[in-house]
Design a protein around this ligand. Structure first.
Ligand code: NDP
Ligand code: 2IT
Length: 446
C-alpha cells in the first residue's frame, strides 16, 4: 500500500505545488487510512481518495474597500467548498494576513473529517481573506466585511454552505457579514453561525471550542483512570479557543499557568482564573495581539518571543495556530513530564512533533477530533434556527458533552479496530474517512 502514498504525493506535487500546509494535512490522513484502503479495495477503485483531495469547488474573489483615509484597499477573498457528501458545506472564515490558498485548503480538508466525527450532518468548507484586522477601526472592518459578502452571498445559503468564525472572525465580523447577507438576500436565515444571541445565535457557541477541547482531554484521561483535577495545564494563544479552554480547565479543577501571543508567553504560577480570564477578552479586544499587558497587570513573568512549551506541565493545549509546536517543543514537553497534548488549534503540532508524541505513548489528540466542539455547536445553532427556538445553556452544554464523548469513543474504537490501539490521530482519520467515503460511494460518481 506504500504506492498509494507515493501516488498521492506525485499527484499533489504535479497539480498543487507550493501548497505545503495542504500537502501536510493530506499526507497525515492518507498515512492513517492505508489499512482501510487495503481492507476496502472498492474505495480505491472508485478513486475516493483523489475525489476527497480535489475540492468540489474553489471560489476566489476580489475584495475592494475604502479605508478611513479614503484610500482604496484590495484584498483577496476565498471559499473552499471541499466536500458535501454528508451535508451542506460548513466551516469557518479566517481573516489573517497569512491567509492563502494552501492554508484554506488544509483547513477545509481537515474540516471534512472533523464535521463527520461530530455525528451531525455537515459537509466541509473553509474560507477567508488576507485582510489584516490589526489597527483597523470598526468602520473599516464593517466596510471590508460588507465587500467580502457582496461576492460570497451568491455562493452560500442555509442549505448550501454555512460559514462561521475562525482566527480574526468573531462576533463583530459575523454581525457585519450577516447584516450584508440579509440585505442582499432579503431573508432572515441561519446562513452563518456564531450569530449574536438575540438574533439567532446559540448560547455557548463562543465558549464551545475551548470547552470541547477540555471535555475531550477529560475523556482521554478518564479512559486511563485519571482526570484533570489538580493538573497543571499550559495553553498557547489568547483568542477565542484559548479563552474557552482556560475557563473549562478551571471548572474541572485544573490550574492553567500560561497563555501566549505572537509577542511571547506569560507564566502565571498562581493560575489564570477568575478576573484574569475576563482580562483575556480585554486583551483580545485591543486588536494589538500582545499578551505582555497580562504580565504587567498581574505581576507575573513574560517570556518575550518564546513559546510556552518549555514550562513544567501535565497537560498541553496548543490553541493558537498551525505548526506552532515543533520537534524541540515536543521533546521539551516530554522532558518536563507532560503526559497529555490536546490540540485546540487546527494542526498546531508539526508532523515531527506528532510523531514524537505518538512514539512516546503520550495521550495525544488531533484538532479534528478535540476541537470539533466549536463546529458541533455551530451544528446545534443550525438545528435551533431550523426549529425557530432556542435551547438553554444546560441543554447545549449537555449535547456538547455528549458529542465530545462520542467523538472520543469513536476515535478510540477505530484505533482498536485497525490495530493502532490508543492512536487518536489514526482513529480520528479512519472514522471520519469511513463516514464520508461510504456516503460518497452511496451517491455515485459526482
Ligand atoms: P482568534 O483570532 O480568537 O485567536 C487566534 C490567536 O492565535 C491570536 O492570538 C493570534 O494572534 C494567534 N495567531 C494566529 N495566527 C498566528 C500565526 N501565524 N502565528 C502566531 N500566532 C498566530 O482565533 P481562534 O481562537 O478562533 O482560533 C485559534 C485556533 O483554533 C485556529 O487554529 C483555529 O483554526 C482553531 N479553531 C477555531 C475554532 C473556533 O470556533 N473559533 C474552532 C476550531 C478550531 P495574531 O493574529 O497576531 O497572529
Ligand atoms: O475550525 C473550525 O472548526 C472552526 N473554525 C469552526 C467552524 C464552524 O463552522 O463553526
Amino acid at each position: 500500500m506504500k504506492d498509494v502514498m507515493s501516488e498521492v504525493k506525485e499527484w499533489l506535487m504535479a497539480r498543487d505545488p507550493g501548497q505545503p500546509e495542504f500537502h501536510q494535512a493530506v499526507y497525515e490522513v492518507v498515512e492513517s487510512v492505508l489499512p482501510v484502503l487495503e481492507a476496502h479495495p472498492e474505495l480505491q477503485k472508485e478513486q475516493i481518495l483523489k475525489r476527497m483531495i480535489e475540492p468540489e469547488r474553489v471560489i476566489q474573489f476580489r475584495v475592494p474597500w475604502v479605508d478611513d483615509k479614503g484610500e482604496v484597499q484590495v484584498n483577496r477573498g476565498f471559499r473552499i467548498q471541499m466536500n458535501s457528501a454528508i451535508g451542506p458545506y460548513k466551516g469557518g472564515l479566517r481573516f489573517h494576513s497569512s491567509v492563502n490558498l494552501s492554508i484554506l485548503k488544509f483547513l477545509a480538508f481537515e474540516q471534512v473529517f472533523k464535521n463527520a466525527l461530530t455525528t451531525l450532518p455537515m459537509g466541509g468548507g473553509k474560507g477567508g481573506s488576507d485582510f489584516n484586522f490589526r489597527n483597523k477601526s470598526d468602520g473599516e472592518v464593517m466596510r471590508f466585511c460588507q465587500s467580502f459578502m457582496n461576492e460570497l452571498y451568491r455562493h452560500i445559503g442555509p442549505d448550501t454552505d454555512v460559514p462561521a468564525g475562525d482566527i480574526g472572525v468573531g462576533a463583530r465580523e459575523i454581525g457585519y457579514l450577516f447584516g450584508q447577507y440579509k440585505k442582499l438576500n432579503n431573508g432572515f436565515s441561519g446562513v452563518l453561525t456564531g450569530k449574536g444571541l438575540n438574533w439567532g445565535g446559540s448560547i455557548l457557541r463562543p465558549e464551545a471550542t475551548g470547552f470541547g477541547v477540555v471535555y475531550f482531554a477529560e475523556n482521554m484521561l478518564k479512559a486511563q483512570g485519571d482526570s484533570l483535577k489538580g493538573k497543571t495545564v499550559a495553553v498557547s494563544g489568547f483568542g477565542n479557543v484559548a479563552w474557552g479552554a482556560v475557563q473549562k480547565a478551571n471548572d474541572l479543577g485544573a490550574k492553567v499557568v500560561t497563555i501566549s501571543g505572537p509577542d511571547g508567553y506569560i507564566y502565571d504560577p498562581e493560575g489564570i482564573s477568575g478576573e484574569k480570564i475576563q482580562f483575556m477578552l480585554r486583551l483580545r479586544a485591543t486588536n494589538q495581539d500582545i499578551v505582555k499587558p497580562y504580565a504587567d497587570r498581574f505581576g507575573c513573568d513574560f517570556h518575550e518571543n518564546k513559546k510556552p512549551w518549555e514550562v513544567k506541565c501535565d497537560v498541553a493545549l496548543p490553541c493558537a495556530t498551525q505548526n506552532e509546536l515543533g520537534e524541540k517543543d515536543a521533546q521539551a514537553l516530554i522532558a518536563n513530564g507532560c503526559k497529555c497534548v490536546v490540540e485546540g488549534a487546527n494542526m498546531p503540532c508539526t508532523p515531527e512533533a506528532a510523531h514524537i508524541f505518538i512514539s512516546n505513548k503520550i495521550l495525544y489528540a488531533p484538532g479534528k477530533a478535540s476541537n470539533a466542539g466549536g463546529v458541533a455547536t455551530s451544528g446545534l445553532e443550525m438545528s435551533q434556527n431550523s426549529m425557530r427556538l432556542n435551547w438553554t445553556a444546560e441543554e447545549v452544554d449537555q449535547r456538547l458533552q455528549h458529542i465530545m464523548k462520542s467523538i472520543h469513543d469513536t476515535c478510540l474504537k477505530a484505533s482498536h479496530d485497525y490495530g493502532v490501539a490508543g492512536n487518536y490521530v489514526a482513529g480520528a482519520n479512519i472514522a471520519g474517512f469511513l463516514k464520508v467515503a461510504n456516503a460518497m460511494m452511496d451517491q455515485g460518481i459526482v
